[in-house]
Design a protein around this ligand. Structure first.
Ligand code: ADP
Ligand code: MG
Length: 702
């Protein structure tokens, strides 16, 4: 079947038969730049003739089941009912007719179909007004595919962007090109999995797997091909982790902490509270790491309010006792300032000099601070990413602590590491990371967990209410505030709909302050404000001058007002579970009990069910595990931030078994051949460097 023209992963797409420069540009816009990208652009799903349903056989037993029908377009029309419009397609397969209905994207969908088009429609049938599919998945078919010549063949269905469709690269167009590639060319692609593994686990070789994933012979071959690519993807992910872990563990420190920590004792003796045993445990773990000759790379997890700041101070004091500097990086200026104050106070008994370095400081002030840092007069430097600017000289930096790491890019972490002397790194996070994730995304780090709250924390009760109950919630809030309490009212703000969300928060604030709580003092704080303005509002709230703080999610991390006992979260269904869990950690901090009210504005069975868990548990790990199941790792840990390559085919949760295997094999490989220097590992090394180098930044071990 194959022709005598050879293709490899680097082949230029525009020279492939049927592509050309215009189509290559449309593909490039979707990050399909090379033959590798095109071959690894796997079908979105498959049309398996043996599972297609005849329309005449569709009955209510198919309700809630995903079914596929194949048919011809009879008509398509725009229907108006009252002030509503929708687009409706009528399709027949000779045995009966179905309707396909679109309420959204009408303008686009109107142009997609023409009478006589042959289509495969997939979705859950509804049995109102005849048989109907609402917003189904659709693919156009060729005559040959439609009439089922080559019966039994499984047909790949591809995704494509509007631009690709414009250039003839809809699912049919792509399918034709992929067919050409396999029929008229010979693939010469390297096997990028170790030969031993192919043999041991009976994994399909790469060329065969590529053919089977695009044009499967049967379901069994398809499964084998998919399994191979899942394994391959997870194997490379785990290789990255293994290389990182090995790389960091092989960095020897050029310094030793020899001052045994008298400063630690001095601070400890003067603390206004005793440490929890969990805090003591993690300090020991961190100290143990610091004593080792290789640099520390540790993750400190602890819920909001578990007391991570004092841990940061105490371990910093170990470095400082030995004559070194430590740096604490916070994600926002508000937090940096708050840390600065806390650390200054708690560190005073040991004579620790803390400096604050943030953007927006006046030049004179900034120059003075830079001077303090450079001269070594500052012991502990607190700041935002301003800390990692080039003109900050920290010669004696031995320990870097990063607060709320998931908000920091991986590059930033790399930059600060480069500035120092390969310092010890401690990353602190309040996002409980489910075990599944700590094995993948954070697989290169050691983990310490604070699994206990300080005593005297109030209990926070969480309730879900519908919008119809909101008045009684406002009444309750009024009573709380009259009794001396304070409240947060939080609005969602999501990057995608930022403008509208901000407007909703501003309008909400106006409504609340004028109509609902005119007798109280309210203030608004949101991420679009200057940091000075934000600080001012937060300070007035802390001082009690503001009784109700209306905010977008900027309060999520860190900010502390022990007098706040009430929190109302608006449109709670739009938040992630972990996000709500962190938000509610802001209340009940001063020993008084708190109440968190989740207001559902747009309720569906799904969101109610989802949020239920928040009323049942305060265990952050359980909550994040649930979040992970519901929303997937991409949402929880942004790709870039986490240094987590986007998964094309594997699912770190569903494919856990494959992941565990990939993990142990990847570790074994890196243990045996750390630098991947052996000849038979060359294809793996080359592939890793070529396609995953951005995840291996600041590691020179390969
Ligand atoms: P987080 O882990 O969210 O950063 P913080 O470090 O801000 O938590 O601590 C939350 C509050 O608990 C602070 O007011 C802090 O002073 C207090 N705190 C920390 N450790 C203890 C402790 N062992 N006992 C009592 N209060 C503590
Ligand atoms: Mg904190």
């Amino acid at each position: 079947m194959s022709g005598d023209q050879y293709l490899n992963f680097n082949s230029d797409l525009q020279y492939i038969k049927g592509i050309g420069p215009r189509r290559a540009a449309a593909l490039a816009a979707e990050e399909i730049n090379s033959m590798y990208d095109l071959l690894y652009n796997f079908p979105r799903r498959y049309l398996d003739r043996s599972t297609v349903c005849r329309i005449v056989d569709l009955n209510t037993t198919y309700q809630d089941l995903e079914v596929t029908v194949i048919g011809k377009v009879l008509s398509g029309e725009l229907v108006r009912r009252g002030n509503r419009a929708f687009y409706q397609l009528l399709i027949t397969d000779g045995s009966g007719t179905v309707k396909c209905t679109w309420f959204n994207g009408i303008r686009y969908i109107q142009k997609v179909f023409e009478t006589g088009d042959l289509v495969a429609i997939s979705g859950k049938p509804e049995f109102r007004y005849g048989i109907q599919f609402v917003h189904p998945d659709y693919d156009k078919l060729d005559q040959e595919e439609y009439s089922g010549q080559n019966t039994g063949r499984i047909i790949p269905l591809y995704s494509s962007s509007a631009e690709m469709k414009n250039k003839g690269l809809d699912t049919r167009g792509l399918r034709r090109i992929m067919a050409k590639i396999f029929q008229e060319y010979t693939l010469q692609v390297p096997e990028i999995l170790p030969a031993e593994l192919l043999e041991q686990y009976k994994i399909l070789p790469v060329d065969e797997a590529l053919r089977q994933i695009h044009f499967p012979d049967d379901n069994n071959q398809l499964l084998r091909a998919r399994t191979r690519f899942k394994f391959e993807e997870l194997f490379y992910l785990q290789l990255i982790m293994a290389v990182k872990a090995k790389g960091i563990k092989s960095i020897h420190k050029k310094f030793r902490y020899d001052g045994a920590g008298e400063k630690l004792r001095k601070i400890y003796e003067k603390l206004p509270f005793d440490l929890t045993s969990a805090q003591k445990k993690v300090i020991k773990e961190i100290w143990n790491d610091m004593k080792k000759p290789v640099v520390m790379n540790r993750l400190l997890q602890g819920d909001v309010g578990s007391g991570k700041t004092v841990v940061a101070l105490l371990v910093s004091s170990i470095a400082i006792s030995s004559g070194f500097q430590a740096a604490l990086m916070a994600p926002t200026e508000i937090l940096a300032r708050q840390h600065f104050k806390t650390l200054q106070e708690l560190g005073r008994p040991a004579g620790i000099k803390v400096s604050l370095l943030i953007g927006g400081q006046r030049k004179k002030e900034r120059d003075e601070i830079l001077q303090e840092i450079e001269s070594g007069e500052s012991h502990l430097i607190v700041g935002t990413h301003a800390l990692i600017q080039d003109n900050v000289v920290m010669d004696r930096l031995a320990l870097v602590i990063i607060d709320e790491q998931h908000r920091f890019g991986v590059e930033q972490r790399g930059k600060i590491i480069k500035k120092g002397m390969n310092p010890d790194v401690l990353v602190m996070t309040a996002t409980p990371i489910p075990r599944t994730m700590s094995m993948t995304v954070f697989g290169d780090m050691d983990v310490s967990i604070i699994d206990e709250y300080p005593q005297g924390r109030g209990k926070v009760t969480t309730r879900i209410v519908q919008k119809s109950d909101i008045e009684s919630i406002y009444d309750y809030t009024r009573k709380q505030i009259k009794a001396g309490g304070q409240a947060y009212i939080v609005y969602p703000l999501i990057e995608k709909s930022k403008k509208m969300d901000l407007q909703a928060a501003v309008e909400g604030f106006q409504y609340l302050s004028q109509k609902v709580f005119p007798e109280f003092s309210l203030a608004l704080v949101h991420g679009g404000m200057k940091s000075q303005e934000k600080d001012e509002v937060m300070n007035r709230f802390k001082a009690g001058a503001v009784q109700i703080l209306v905010s977008t999610t900027v309060i999520e991390v860190g900010v502390d007002n022990p007098n706040a006992t009430m929190m109302i979260i608006e449109n709670a269904e739009r938040f992630g579970l972990t996000q709500i869990h962190q938000l509610r950690g802001r209340i009940g901090r001063g020993g008084k009990d708190g109440i968190c009210v989740l207001v559902e504005r747009n309720s569906s069975q799904k969101s109610g069910f989802r949020m239920e868990i928040l009323t049942n548990t305060t265990n952050g790990f359980e909550i994040s595990e649930e979040d992970l199941k519901l929303r997937g790792p991409g949402e929880l840990y942004g790709t870039k931030q986490s240094g987590f390559p986007k998964m094309k085919i594997a699912d770190v949760i569903e494919d856990k078994k494959i992941m565990l295997l990939a993990r142990s094999e990847a570790r074994k490989l890196i243990d045996e051949d750390t630098h991947l220097r052996r000849k038979h590992n060359q294809p793996v090394r080359e592939h890793l460097l070529k396609y995953y180098s951005e995840y291996l930044e600041f590691l020179e071990i390969l």
